[in-house]
Design a protein around this ligand. Structure first.
Ligand code: SF4
Ligand code: FES
Length: 322
């Protein structure tokens, strides 16, 4: 007879939910959904070991558990703290959390250039959103910012190290999706940087996914760089027969041309089904895809500024070509 797993009740910003033991506060908040979900710059649900690096997901635990109701003495990273039965958590209702998040954003922006007007990630950058919500208009930083040359890593990817926030997502992606690890975080502390091992290029079949997991514009798609602001493109869901990946992607169209191909991201900006390099970089003809219809974009996203709500009519050139 299977024993029923006892669930834990956790309350986040006044909303309660029952979750399985071992669930993190962040994932419990995601199960509730809405504004109470803490932001996450380094945690990525489909990458093992991710989280615990950026501190944007800090929350206040005002009651530890039913058995031990003492509050936790410090703010904790919600992506790596598991819930206890009867735990009470404050996110947007805690002035301490909001103040700390402001500080975290200030730190993340210490070396970050004000590149948004020319950065390919603008409009879909998590740091841009975070800075908009929690950042301050001026920097207090008086020292020289870190400088790096832009580096070509492989045929398709360009690294702007100045924009990197060292979240490690791309490193986990390369480790977990490809056969060989060729890049990592070199050096430590304020000298840390993403680097390839000597003369190695990122040539693995699934390496293009580092572009999708990067929360900022540090890793850019060389086939799309500077081609268009993302809100001028029209995203459509499409699929293709692929022997390497699921073939489920989003085509970002300019007119009838495919400007770029990405994997599909959920409401937290995370990919569940990664796509291969061939689908991402080589299939730029509409005829190679079956068009499913317009991608649903959150109406608060700047991308929705140019988004249509109606399905594409059957007779359009796009569908005729597909
Ligand atoms: S390059 Fe992007 S994904 Fe990789 S560590 Fe830096 S910010 Fe994270
Ligand atoms: S998302 Fe939790 S520390 Fe980065």
């Amino acid at each position: 007879m299977s024993e029923e797993i006892q669930k834990f009740t956790v309350t986040i910003d006044g909303e309660s939910i029952q979750v399985a033991p071992g669930t993190t506060i962040l994932n419990a908040a995601r199960q509730i959904g809405g504004k109470i979900v803490p932001p996450a710059m380094c945690y990525y649900s489909s990458l093992k070991g991710s989280g615990g690096k950026c501190r944007t997901c800090l929350v206040e635990v005002s009651k530890g558990s039913e058995k031990d109701p003492r509050p936790m003495p410090k703010l904790v990273a919600s992506c790596s703290t598991t819930v206890m039965d009867g735990m009470e958590v404050k996110n947007i209702t805690s002035p301490k959390v909001l103040d700390a998040r402001k500080g975290v954003v200030e730190f993340l922006l210490l070396n970050h250039p004000l590149d948004c007007p020319v950065c390919d990630q603008a409009g879909e950058c998590h740091l841009q959103d975070l800075a908009f919500e929690h950042g301050v208009a001026k920097t207090r930083y008086e020292f020289k910012r870190r400088e790096f040359d832009k580096i070509d890593i492989g045929d398709y990817i360009k690294l702007h190290m100045t924009r990197c926030i060292l979240c490690y997502r791309c490193v986990y992606t390369a480790n977990q999706l490809t056969d060989s690890r060729e890049h990592g975080v070199l050096k430590r502390g304020d000298a840390a940087e993403i680097g390839t091992f000597i003369e190695k290029n990122l040539k693995n079949d699934f390496i293009g996914n580092v572009i999708d997991v990067c929360p900022v514009g540090a890793l850019t798609d060389k086939t799309f760089r500077f081609r268009s602001r993302v809100w001028y493109t029209k995203p459509v869901d499409a699929n293709c027969e692929c022997t390497k990946c699921s073939g489920k992607a989003v085509l970002w169209m300019i007119g009838d041309e495919i400007a770029r191909v990405t994997a599909r991201k959920d409401q937290y900006g995370e990919v569940k089904e990664f796509i291969c390099n061939e689908c991402r970089f080589d299939k730029k003809e509409v005829a190679k895809w079956n068009i499913e219809g317009p991608r649903k974009i959150n109406r608060h996203s700047v991308i929705s500024a140019n988004h249509y709500e109606q399905p594409i009519p059957e007779h359009t050139t796009l569908l005729n070509k597909a």
